[in-house]
Design a protein around this ligand. Structure first.
Ligand SMILES: NC(=O)N[C@@H](CC(=O)O)C(=O)O
Ligand SMILES: [Zn+2]
Ligand SMILES: [Zn+2]
Length: 340
C-alpha cells in the first residue's frame, strides 16, 4: 500500500516563543525550517517594548535562522502608555501588540494590572485606527482552573468598547472562550496543538508531567471537545498558534517548574495525525494558514511541506529542550520542504 502523503502550503504559527541569546540560536531553526512565518511573542527579559528593541530582536532572529525562508511577524509588549505618535512610528515594524495581565505567566511582570476601559482607550483607539491587532493572554488571577473563563467578561468589555480593534484570544483552552467567539465580530482565537490533545488529567492525573505544564493549564474533556470542534472545522475565526514555549530542561524538571510546552519541531506532524484521525484533513490547510492570512491580512512566503505516514520517534531533546511526547512514536514524519 502506498504511504499517504500530505502537502501543506505555507504553514503559519500565530503564537510562538523564540526567546533570545543561546536559546534563540538553539531552537529558532525548528520553526523556520517547516513554517513559513510566525507571530513572535515579546515576553523577553526585559520585554520588547520600543521600536529599537523590536527592530534589533528581529535582526537577531534573522541571524539565528540563517538561510531559512521564514517571516518573523514581530510584536510589542503592550503598555497602557503607548501613545498614537509612538504607535504610528512603530506601525511598519510590527504585526500585532501582545497584552499580558501583570504576573500571570512567564516574564509578564511588566504587564497590565487593570482593565479600566478609559485608561486603555488612548492606546486601543490608536491601535484600532492603525489597524494593529491586539493579542491577549486572557487569564485573571483567580482560581487556576477558572482564570480563562473569568477573563471572558474582560474580552467582552474590550470587544464592545473597541469594535474596530481585532482582538485575538491567545491559546484558548475553554468552552467559554469558544462561545465568546460567536458573540463578537472582532474576537478571534489561536489554539495550540497540546490543548487539542491533552486535558488536566494528562498533566497531573497520574505522575506529574512537567513537560505538559503550561499557562493556561489544560482543562476538562468538554473544553478540549469544544476546541477540537472549531479547530477541526477550521472555523474562520480560529487559527493555529503553537505557543511553543521552550525552557531549558533544568527549568522544567525542577521544584518550581516553568510553564510552557515545546512543540515547534513536531507540531505539523502531530496536527496532521490529529486531523486525519478525525477525518478532517481537508480543513488542516485553513486552520494552519488560510484563516490566519485572512484575519491578519498577510501573504506568507511560499513554502511547501510534505509529510508522510511513516512512524517517527520524537527525540528525547532538541539542544537541551525536551519536546512534548519525547521518546514517543507518532504516525507522521516530515518528508521534505520546498521553497517557491
Ligand atoms: N504558555 C506558557 O506556559 N508559557 C509561555 C508564556 C505564555 O504564552 O503564556 C512562555 O513564555 O513560557
Ligand atoms: Zn500566554
Ligand atoms: Zn505563549
Amino acid at each position: 500500500m502506498p504511504s499517504t502523503t500530505v502537502r501543506l502550503d505555507a504553514p503559519l504559527d500565530m503564537h510562538l516563543h523564540l526567546r533570545d541569546g543561546e536559546m534563540l540560536h538553539n531552537i529558532a531553526k525548528e520553526s523556520a525550517h517547516t513554517f513559513s512565518g510566525a507571530i513572535i511573542m515579546p515576553n523577553l527579559v526585559p520585554p520588547v517594548s520600543s521600536k529599537e528593541e523590536v527592530v534589533a530582536y528581529k535582526e537577531r532572529i534573522m541571524e539565528a535562522i540563517g538561510e531559512a525562508r521564514f517571516t518573523p511577524y514581530m510584536t510589542l509588549f503592550f503598555k497602557p502608555d503607548y501613545d498614537r505618535e509612538f504607535l504610528e512610528s512603530v506601525r511598519d515594524e510590527i504585526t500585532a501588540i501582545k497584552l499580558y495581565p501583570a504576573g500571570i505567566t512567564t516574564n509578564s511582570e511588566g504587564g497590565v494590572s487593570g482593565f479600566d476601559v478609559e485608561e486603555l482607550r488612548p492606546a486601543l483607539e490608536a491601535m484600532s485606527d492603525l489597524n494593529i491587532p491586539l493579542c491577549v493572554h486572557g487569564e485573571t488571577n483567580g482560581f487556576v482552573m477558572d482564570r480563562e473563563a473569568e477573563f471572558v467578561s474582560i474580552y467582552e468589555k474590550l470587544a464592545e468598547a473597541f469594535p474596530r480593534l481585532k482582538i485575538i484570544m491567545e491559546h484558548i483552552t475553554t468552552k467559554a472562550s469558544v462561545e465568546a467567539l460567536e458573540r463578537f465580530e472582532n474576537l478571534y482565537a489561536t489554539i495550540t496543538l497540546h490543548h487539542l490533545i491533552i486535558t488536566l488529567d494528562d498533566v497531573a492525573g497520574g505522575m506529574l508531567q512537567p513537560h505538559l505544564f503550561c499557562k493556561p493549564i489544560a482543562k476538562r474533556p468538554e473544553d478540549r471537545e469544544a476546541l477540537l470542534n472549531v479547530a477541526l472545522a477550521a472555523h474562520p475565526k480560529v487559527m493555529f498558534g503553537s505557543d511553543s514555549a521552550p525552557h531549558p530542561r533544568h527549568a522544567k524538571e525542577a521544584c518550581g517548574c516553568a510553564a510552557g510546552v515545546f512543540t515547534a519541531p513536531i507540531a505539523l506532524q502531530m496536527l496532521t495525525e490529529l486531523f486525519e484521525t478525525h477525518n478532517a484533513l481537508d480543513n488542516l490547510q485553513a486552520f494552519l494558514s488560510g484563516n490566519a492570512q485572512k484575519i491578519y491580512g498577510i501573504t506568507p512566503l511560499t513554502k511547501e511541506v510534505l509529510l508522510e505516514k511513516r512512524p517517527f520517534t520524537i527525540p528525547a531533546e532538541y539542544n537541551g529542550v525536551v519536546p512534548m511526547y519525547a521518546g514517543e512514536e507518532i504516525a507522521y514524519s516530515l518528508k521534505g520542504v520546498r521553497h517557491g
